[in-house]
Every structure is written in C-alpha cells, then in structure tokens.
Design a protein around this ligand. Structure first.
Ligand SMILES: C[S@@+](CC[C@H](N)C(=O)[O-])C[C@H]1O[C@@H](n2cnc3c(N)ncnc32)[C@H](O)[C@@H]1O
Ligand code: SF4
Length: 406
C-alpha cells in the first residue's frame, strides 16, 4: 500500500461501479484487503500509508477504526449488489494490524462474513510485527477466524535490524512463529529484506538460516527498495549509508534461492517461496491472476472487473467520508483491454506457472525467442507452450518484462 496516490478519473460519491465492472461478477475469485494504517514507529525504509499517532480524529483513531472499516464493508455490499460473492481470501495488512485489539480485527472479519459469506476453507491472513503479538493475542485471532499470519522478520542480525529501525530482538520473529504454531495457525510467513547497507553475505545467510529454523511454511524475501522521501533515502543522500548495490542484491537472491530450495521451499513467485502448494499465499495469487478484490481503508486500491479505484489517503478524510455516507474512493480508472493484457503478462510471468505463449503479442515474439536463447526462459516450458522464468530469468525479470511489453 504505497503512500502516494496516482491521478485518475473522478469516482462517484455513491461508490457506484460501471456496468463493465459488475458484468460476470462472481465468476472470478473475490477477496478483501483490509488496511490498518497505524504503526508504533515508522521504519526508515517504509513508504506505506501508515501513521504513528493514535489519535487521528473522529473515526480514524485506534479505538474507532474497526467501526469505520466496517462501514466500508457495508458500502461494498451495497455497491456490489446482491450477487452471490463468497469471499475466498481476506488479508489484513498495514501498517501494523496487530496494533489494534484482536477483537477489533475479528469484528471486521465477522462483518465481511455477515455481508458476503466466507467460503469454507477461506484463507484469512494478518500481517504482524513480531513484537506486537503474544500467545493470548494469537489465540484470540485464531478464535476470531484467522488461519494465516505473516511476520515482518526482515533480518536475524542486530546491526541490520538497527539500520532498518526495527525494534524487535533478532530472535523475536522465530519465537513468534513458534507461538503462532502453538495457537493453531496452519500457515505462517516470514518476510525478509536483503541488501540492507552494512549487511554481508554471511549476515544474509544467517538470517535465512534463522528463518528456516523457525519452520514457517512460507518465506518472502525482498530486496531493500530505497523509496523517495523516506528517512533511509535521506541518510543515503547525506552519505551516512551506502546505496544498496544491484549486483550484491542479485547475489543475495541466489543465496536465498539456494538455501530455501535446500530446506524444501520452492519458489512460486519471484519473491515468494513455500513448502507446498497449500502454503502459497492464495490472497496474493488472487491479485496476480486477475481476481477481484475490495480494499478497505485509507489509500487502499481495489479492483473489480477491470475497474481500479483508490481511497483517499488520510485516515481522517477517509473516516469523514464514511461518516457522511459517502464513498471514500478518491479516483478510479477503467482499464482498456490492451492495458489489462500488459498487466497480466507483468504479473503472471513472475509466477512459476508462467504465461502462455499463445497470448504473447506478435510484436514480442522475437524478444521471447531472444530470452530463451539468453537462458532467461525455461526451454522445456517453452516447448510446451509457456514462458516460465529460469533462475537467471528471475534475476532479470523486470528487464525482461520491459523488453516484452515495449
Ligand atoms: C508494509 S510491511 C507491513 C508488515 C509489518 N508492519 C512489519 O513491518 O512487520 C510489509 C512488508 O513489506 C516489506 N517492505 C516494506 N518496505 C520495504 C522496502 N522499502 N523495501 C523492501 N521491502 C519492504 C517488509 O518486508 C515488510 O515486512
Ligand atoms: S512496522 Fe511495517 S508498516 Fe510500519 S513502518 Fe515498519 S515496515 Fe512500515
């Protein structure tokens, strides 16, 4: 949930969607994202739409937020009509959702269930900072219907956590995984960040080994992105920290894939590994494979049937709109078929399932042949009619996608 909003067409105050979006509603998987825009402190690298003050005005403070979010769930039902729309996945992200009482998260989830119905076996995830939960809190989440949890571990090395402004001890994330398992969470993810200034190859190996030893069934590993306007960007500009190096990041990716594969984790998206298909994040797969989702919360981006819209950014403006019975949507865009195809290629090519050759635009065929020759796409999959990235292709995925979509 990046903190800057794009431009777009005006969104109607009713939240009403164009006919094209509602056509064939229910034929694609449907999910909910719930943004919780609060953190205790802001990490220097983070650009997400999050606030450290507990009091942000009526409806937007910690104590009121669940009711405001529930108002948007009820608006979603009015906008989407009475169509049978069982929810496949729900994902609470942030910010730090677990800064709110577990009962508040459970109430928002219950409202989604009441309005739409959760499909049996629905995946219900929350993100959590490792230091923000304890066994009692995790038990309450489980009782409230959550079955997956994603902890921001980032690193197991104290000096790396310090550069990232993280406040948990190096061992806290592993302990949190253990507590989540004890509470009955079937699915647990650890987020890691690599190529932080000051991190060595050995530090990164140690972080991966600590993550693997904790026994999650899913690991996400992201290269540190230096976002404009963050404290990290300012420190790099002042020369206090070196800029992360692309070659170092590529080496770290190779180390990640090697250690994770050895430990039984297979990649299924360029930055995501799981111990089995059941461990893959179904919510993210819904994003990446053209599903529909309603995103609740300030600054959140929704997508239904080729229409995308995004809410006003500040929690106070968001709450004010909902209190007045007005949609919090700030702007929207209706994607042209050609844009949807480009997006589809950009997302699906990053998945292990790849992208069908039959759907490649005629103008891109030469670039595809070149990519196979350069070892960026799997030969066998190519012969079987799909583009699937090789390990080298995963390292160069962004450049390849640029090549294919020019
Ligand atoms: C926005 S956070 C929310 C989760 C939770 N607040 C936490 O930090 O543990 C989701 C994940 O995004 C990743 N992330 C955020 N900013 C990033 C950046 N600038 N570069 C790379 N990864 C980033 C981190 O791994 C983080 O765990
Ligand atoms: S705790 Fe998570 S969401 Fe909050 S500032 Fe840090 S990385 Fe961003």
């Amino acid at each position: 949930m990046p903190s800057t909003l794009p431009d777009g067409d005006p969104a109607p105050p009713s939240g009403e969607l164009p006919e094209s979006a509602l056509r064939r509603l229910g034929e694609r998987p449907f999910g909910f994202y719930v943004h919780v825009p609060f953190c205790v402190t802001r990490c220097g690298y983070c650009d997400f739409n999050t606030y450290t003050a507990a009091e942000l005005g009526p409806g937007a403070s910690h104590r009121d937020y669940a009711d405001t979010a529930i108002d948007e769930v009820r608006l979603a039902r009015r906008v989407l009509g009475t169509a049978d729309l069982p929810v496949e996945t729900v994902f609470f992200g942030g910010g730090t959702p677990t800064l709110l009482p577990a009962g508040d998260l459970a109430r928002i989830l219950a409202a989604i269930d009441e309005e739409f119905g959760l499909r049996p076996g629905a995946e219900v995830t929350t993100e959590a900072n490792p230091e923000s939960v304890d066994p009692a809190y995790l038990a309450e989440l489980r009782a409230g219907g959550f079955n997956r949890i994603s902890f921001g571990m980032q690193s197991a090395k104290e000096h790396v956590l310090k550069v990232l402004d993280r406040h948990h001890t190096p061992g806290r994330a592993a302990q949190a995984v253990h507590e989540a398992r004890q509470a009955g969470f079937a699915h647990v993810n650890l987020d890691l960040i690599y190529s932080t200034p000051g991190e060595s190859d050995d530090d990164w190996r140690a972080s991966l080994e600590a993550a693997i030893a904790a026994g999650p069934d899913h690991v996400s590993a992201y290269s540190l992105i230096v976002e404009d306007g963050t404290r990290l960007a300012a420190r790099i500009r002042r020369g206090e920290l070196p800029m992360p190096d692309d070659d170092v990041a590529a080496d770290r990716y190779l180390i990640a894939d090697e250690l994770l594969a050895k430990a039984g984790y297979s990649w299924y998206e360029v930055s995501n590994w799981a111990t089995s298909e059941a461990g893959r994040c179904r919510h993210n797969l819904l994003y990446w494979t053209g599903g529909d989702w309603w995103a609740v919360g300030p600054g959140s981006h929704s997508h239904v049937g080729g229409t995308r819209w995004w809410n006003v950014k500040h929690p106070a403006a968001y709450a004010q709109r909902l209190a007045q019975g007005v949609s919090p949507a700030h702007a929207r865009e209706v994607l042209e078929d050609a844009d949807r195809e480009v997006e589809r290629l950009m997302l699906e090519l990053r998945l292990i399932t790849g992208y069908p050759l039959a759907d490649v635009a005629p103008g891109a065929k030469l670039a595809v042949a070149r990519a196979v020759g350069d070892g960026l796409l799997e030969q066998e999959a190519f012969k079987a009619g799909r583009m699937v990235l090789t390990l080298r292709g995963r390292l160069l995925a962004d450049a390849l996608i640029r090549d294919l979509t020019l």
